[in-house]
Design a protein around this ligand. Structure first.
Ligand code: ATP
Ligand code: MG
Length: 704
């Protein structure tokens, strides 16, 4: 062992050494960020191979995400060389579960189930079939997420029924979806887990096969493991297997996908002989960072009370850089990166923050590496609308286009007028001219229509930055957006998207190139990682995807209120808020030496810095300081129960609002279905015609 230590210049502390050599039985290492959890896993694997002479094939190392598995393998290679790494298995729990299923199919000669990679199209089709309506992108994403959540939490139908209601009958859709897959012999990612678990339970000889195959199991980021995943690991380990798990419940950030860190608490119940080890020393970051982060996480009360400290030097102060605009923020970053030779990461809460940045980095010829990206930005209604406005400017006789934007022009054009138009409109005529003729006697409207006509004429010839401003101010789109904001769309999110679009627009001379840029960026952001730059100077990542990683210098951009914590997190929703706190904690603990926040501060636009950054740098609000040590287990239970009640109260308070303004014919907006007109109303229940999805009957509380 001493030779092994010297050979690799390992300088592990006592607790880490103890964990490394405790190769028999079950261990749970609960420890703060940067305390060497992953390091211990990696050293332990090498120790098993080199000192204990275990075959690499006998070691299974699991983690939550594919990226995490890849990072583990890379880190192993760096320390101990590539040769052994190839024979070791670093995988996600999903891919392990799939190997169980494939083994079963081969051994028992069963027909192989296909894997349904992308569930969205199937859900969309079933939704349309069942509810005779078209779901929006975000609604679909929410449904898919919920299906995964229910499976990972092993929820019963009754439990599913108690979840906060969606606009549709979720259980009905869920059942139809399950039936569909059965008919088609398909399984989705979460079925893989459930199926593997069932098989391992049902076939003891198969379980024994896997137990013999992998006598040594490691699990990194155990706090992100879901109930069903724990069940698989529990089976695989059995009562006497060798399991080594590491985790930190303060870094649990996948609650929305069914992560269940509470399982860590039952460790001693499952394995009474097992040992729980704790570590509170952070080796990664400077004192400045460690002390501030340690104080910050105390915003959360439902946690083990750990105290993180570090032997590292004090280092430089955390920087809070004020910038005037989002564009100035990006310019600042580019300039800062050019002067650096360090490992740098740029982290952001929301995916779309990366979009204008990627464009600028490309332009500046700076190599970067980007972790996972979600394409939702490009399908947002704002982008579609701007396109429609411009297209109508180019072809002012396109009645079809006009029917998609007439109510966004602040011109009081009614649906009836539009419906009648098809009777008198002759193709080739200018739509607005036709309307002007028909508005005889209504001076206000004629003037407005004339304004619009000349506005659209000018729009054709201006650059897109001015064009977007014109669409907003001259063509009435701003008042439409305000209407959407009043109806529940998040103002921050719309403003954020608008400012991204303006930044991108400012970099091109015409609309044609603007749309082209959007298409190219969309494609680029979806490129697989392999196609990206080989030796990137910077890493771009969401907070979520940055977990487990470390960088000398970390910039956190868009550090404003509404972004951090994420705007959709209602303060009433304690559970989601606590997850935002943990997520921010994960992000700040990535930095080794320097941590820089970029905050846009603009009084005119009412943009404020994120309260989390204020808490981190200036200290927590007094009353929130934790005084007594709570029991983690009961607190979690309490919070789950009370949070549900809060949610209910929140909904009922909405129900009490004044509904007199919402009568037949009133235009309303729904967050997902877009705009619609009330056709009929009976108390809270209204039949609404939506332009995008047709007729729907729904509770007004969810749309106004
Ligand atoms: P996270 O919770 O963020 O995943 P972690 O607990 O897995 O963090 P590691 O990534 O393993 O922590 O380690 C953080 C850093 O500390 C690494 O750079 C590692 O090399 C270093 N480190 C770990 N243990 C020691 C030690 N005993 N002495 C000095 N440096 C150490
Ligand atoms: Mg780690």
């Amino acid at each position: 062992y001493e030779i092994f230590k010297q050979q690799y210049h390992l300088n592990l502390n006592q607790q880490q050494q103890k964990a490394m050599v405790r190769i028999n039985g079950q261990s749970l290492l609960l420890a703060v960020p940067g305390s060497g959890k992953t390091t211990v896993i990696i050293c332990r694997i090498a120790y098993l191979l080199q000192v204990e002479k275990i075959m690499p094939e006998a070691i299974l190392t699991l983690t939550f995400s594919r990226m995490g598995a890849r990072d583990l393998k890379n880190r192993y290679q760096k320390l101990f060389g590539a040769a052994q790494a190839e024979r070791l298995q670093f995988s996600t729990i999903h891919s392990f579960a799939l190997s169980v299923i494939r083994h079963y199919e081969r051994t028992y000669r069963r027909q192989a189930y296909g894997v349904l990679g992308n569930t969205t199209p199937v859900i969309r089709e079933l939704y349309q079939h069942l509810f005779k309506a078209y779901p929006g992108e975000i609604e679909l994403a929410e449904i898919c997420q919920r299906i995964g959540f229910c499976k990972n939490m092993l929820m019963s139908d009754d439990e599913i029924k108690r979840l906060p209601p969606l606009e549709i009958d979720f259980l009905k859709l869920y059942e139809a979806y399950e039936g569909h897959k059965l008919d088609e012999q398909l399984m989705d990612f979460d079925d893989i887990l459930k199926y593997a678990w069932v098989l391992l339970k049902k076939y003891p000889d198969m379980l024994a096969y896997f137990q013999n195959k992998y006598p040594y199991i490691h699990l990194d980021e155990a706090q992100d493991t879901s109930k069903i995943q724990f069940k698989i690991i529990e089976l695989l380990t059995g009562k006497n297997g060798n399991l080594f798990m590491v985790g930190d419940e303060d870094q649990s950030i996948y609650g929305f996908r069914g992560a269940f860190p509470e399982s860590l608490l039952s460790f001693k119940e499952t394995w009474p002989q097992g040992e729980v080890l704790l570590m509170e020393t952070n080796y990664r970051s400077t004192k400045q960072i460690v002390e501030k982060a340690n104080a910050f996480i105390k915003l959360n009360h439902e946690r083990y009370q750990k105290e993180m400290s570090t032997p590292n030097g004090s280092g430089v102060s955390i920087v809070r850089e004020w910038v005037k605009s989002t564009e100035a923020q990006y310019q600042f970053i580019i300039k800062a990166i050019k002067q650096e030779g360090k490992e740098i990461a740029i982290l952001y809460r929301n995916n779309e923050s990366a979009i204008p940045l990627v464009d600028l980095l490309d332009e500046a010829g700076i190599g970067y590496h980007i972790k996972e990206h979600s394409p939702l930005f490009f399908t947002h209604f704002l982008i579609k609308d701007i396109k429609r406005f411009y297209q109508f400017a180019c072809d002012p006789s396109d009645l079809n286009l006009f029917t998609q934007i007439y109510y966004k022009l602040d011109a009081a054009i009614s649906r009836e007028t539009i419906n009648q138009m098809s009777k008198w409109y002759r193709s080739g005529d200018l739509v607005l001219d036709g309307l002007i003729k028909k508005s005889a006697g209504k001076d206000w409207q004629i003037n407005r229509l004339k304004e619009l006509k000349s506005g659209f004429q000018r729009l054709k010839n201006v650059n897109p930055k001015i064009g977007i401003a014109m669409i907003l101010d001259d063509l009435g789109y701003r008042s439409y957006l305000n209407f959407r904001i009043n109806s529940g769309q998040s103002e921050e999110s719309i403003e954020q998207k608008l400012s991204m679009l303006k930044i991108l627009a400012g970099r091109v001379p015409d609309f044609w190139r603007f749309f082209d840029k959007l298409t190219k960026l969309e494609e680029k952001l979806q490129e697989p990682q392999a196609k990206q730059t080989k030796n990137p100077l910077v890493t771009l990542s969401t907070f979520h995807s940055s977990k487990g990683l470390e960088f000398e210098k970390v910039f956190i951009i868009d550090a404003t209120e509404g972004q951090i914590p994420n705007v959709s997190t209602a303060p009433e929703d304690h559970k989601a808020y606590a997850e935002e706190v943990r997520l921010f904690y994960v992000a700040v603990t990535r930095a080794k030496m320097e941590l820089i926040f970029l905050c846009v501060k603009n009084r005119e636009k009412d943009i404020k810095p994120s309260p989390f950054i204020t808490y981190l740098i200036d200290g927590l609000p007094k009353k929130k300081r934790q005084t007594s040590k709570p029991s983690f287990k009961t607190k979690i239970k309490e919070s789950f129960g009370s949070q549900q009640n809060k949610w209910q109260n929140y909904k009922t308070s909405e129900l009490k609002m004044d509904l007199s303004a919402y009568q037949k014919g009133t235009l309303i907006a729904h967050q997902r279905f877009g705009e619609g007109t009330i056709l009929e109303r009976d108390g809270m229940i209204a039949t609404i015609h939506f332009d995008q999805v047709g007729e729907k009957k729904m509770n007004l509380a969810v749309c106004i």
